[in-house]
Design a binder for this molecule. Structure first.
Ligand SMILES: [Zn+2]
Length: 53
């Protein structure tokens, strides 16, 4: 998985965990998002930058 902020590789330890976490490279708060909109029952996961208040 690639960080959308710094585009460096981030290891996902738990693909079911959707708690926000900090990128180990650039410290941007990221969240693992599941896109259920795929066809054939495919769900796509990607990292999204999580905005902090
Ligand atoms: Zn990063």
């Amino acid at each position: 998985m690639t960080c959308p902020a710094c585009e460096r590789y981030v290891t996902i330890e738990d693909w079911t965990d959707d708690e926000p976490f900090n990128c180990p490279h650039c410290n941007t708060l990221l969240k693992l998002v599941t896109d259920e909109g795929g066809y054939c029952g495919a769900s796509e996961k990607y990292l999204e930058i999580q905005e902090e208040d």
